[in-house]
Design a protein around this ligand. Structure first.
Ligand code: SAH
Length: 399
């Protein structure tokens, strides 16, 4: 069903009952549902029929009606009785490979996976004439269009483009499947300091790798320089992957980069990532929510001191929350932050965990309390990157 919808099919579902997954498609208006049994007239105007019922006689009557009208019919119950089969598919830019396994779907998938690996390892004009597989997420805006509508012919597209890809929190296996695929297709990769090095080891040898953390100048000039590199390379025709630690939009300046590309007319795809604000606590045994313990979690940047005029954070309001507080970039100001929270009323015995380099082989963490954590972090010698988790969820999984 997802493949049909993705291809832009206008799907009519005839069935007295729905599975929850199908109900979700119906509720979202993606397909039309007739809540009854099949009648032959249902096939009027159809191009393809899929009979998926566990009653062979009912399936046979659908098949017969389809054959009479010369409409291809896929049979879930009896492959031999079908006139069409659903292949295992792999897509690589403009190329689609569909595999039929002679009646054994597992065989089809195994062969498909082998082909996918083979093509994924390769890159050449055949497989990459700058066509993105899915629609760009944010720019140009895709609102109001179906999933297939984002696919424009290659000729309509600027040659180059940018993908803002979340690399995940540190463990190189925590990048998304899509992020990984785009990374293997990139001509240019602009990577952050927090990006797992192992991911970069796997790039093709001819990829231009730009280490954004080595760009001189102060932070804002460096950001301008990064934006310029993204735009220049894309306008020159390259596929540029901007690889960022965690999720691109969580304190990652992903939005600024998107706007810079948009202003230059460069198409951008955003691929979300597993954020350290959730993953680092999880890696240290702390769930950011837990039933009957915390019904909220708030992610806050601690890089500006609470008493600074530049602070945008209402620490007084945060102190009044009962749920989980996750602080990123908070080690330098930890003493001031914890003092502010206790001064505004969060109890000093609230449990706290600090996780350094979460999900990596170098992960270190400690447990403390709001009143003691700042001193404990100094004593233990913890250093950035680290997240601070405050709340009763700390310890809830301890057995
Ligand atoms: N976009 C990133 C966050 C960037 S801000 C994300 O979604 O994860 C950088 C801060 O993230 C660091 O100072 C630290 O607080 C946190 N951080 C990133 N990776 C981390 C890791 N592996 N372990 C602990 N904290 C991490």
């Amino acid at each position: 069903m997802p493949a049909l919808l993705d291809a832009g099919a206008d799907v009519l579902l005839v069935s007295p009952e729905l599975t929850p997954a199908l109900r979700a498609h119906v509720d979202a208006g993606r397909l039309h549902w007739e809540p009854r049994r099949f009648v032959p007239d249902d096939l009027d105007g159809a191009w393809l029929v899929q009979a998926a019922v566990n009653d062979p006689a009912a399936a046979a009557s659908v098949s017969a009606a389809a054959a009479e009208r010369r409409i291809f019919c896929v049979r879930a119950d009896d492959r031999a009785a079908a006139t069409a089969w659903t292949p295992a598919v792999t897509r690589h830019g403009p190329v689609t490979v569909a595999v039929l396994g002679g009646g054994d779907p597992r065989r089809a998938m195994t062969v498909r996976n082998a082909i996918r690996d083979l093509l994924g390892a390769r890159k050449g004009p055949l497989l990459t004439d700058s066509v993105e597989e899915g629609p760009p997420v944010n720019f140009p805006p895709a609102e109001g269009r179906g999933p297939a509508a984002g696919r424009e012919p290659a000729a309509d597209r600027a040659a180059g483009r940018v993908a803002l890809v979340g690399a995940g929190p540190g463990d190189p296996e925590l990048i998304t499947v899509k992020g990984w695929r785009l990374l293997t297709e990139a001509d240019v990769v602009v990577a952050d300091r927090l990006v797992p090095g192992l991911l970069l080891d796997e790039l093709r040898p001819d990829v231009e790798l730009v280490d954004a953390s080595k760009i001189p100048y102060g932070p804002s000039r460096a950001q301008e320089e990064i934006n310029r590199i993204l735009v220049d390379r894309a306008l020159a025709g390259a596929f540029v992957v901007r690889l960022k630690g965690g999720d691109p939009y969580v304190f990652g300046r992903g939005g600024e980069e998107l706007l810079a590309c948009a202003a230059a007319g460069v198409p951008v795809t955003v691929v979300p990532g597993v954020t350290s604000s959730i993953a680092a606590p999880a890696a240290a045994g702390v769930p950011v929510t837990h039933r009957a313990v915390a019904h909220e979690f708030t992610v806050v940047s601690g890089h500006v001191a609470p008493d600074s005029p530049a602070s945008l954070v209402r620490w007084d309001a945060l102190a009044g929350l009962r749920g989980t507080l996750v602080i990123l970039m908070g080690l330098k100001n930890l003493a001031a932050i914890t003092e502010t929270l206790t001064a505004y009323g969060r109890p000093a015995d609230t449990p706290v965990a600090v996780v350094q380099e979460g999900t990596t082989g170098d992960q270190r963490s400690l447990r403390s309390t709001l009143g003691a954590v700042a001193a404990d972090v100094v004593a233990a010698g913890l250093r950035p990157p680290a997240v601070v988790v405050i709340g009763d969820v700390v310890g809830v999984l301890d057995t």
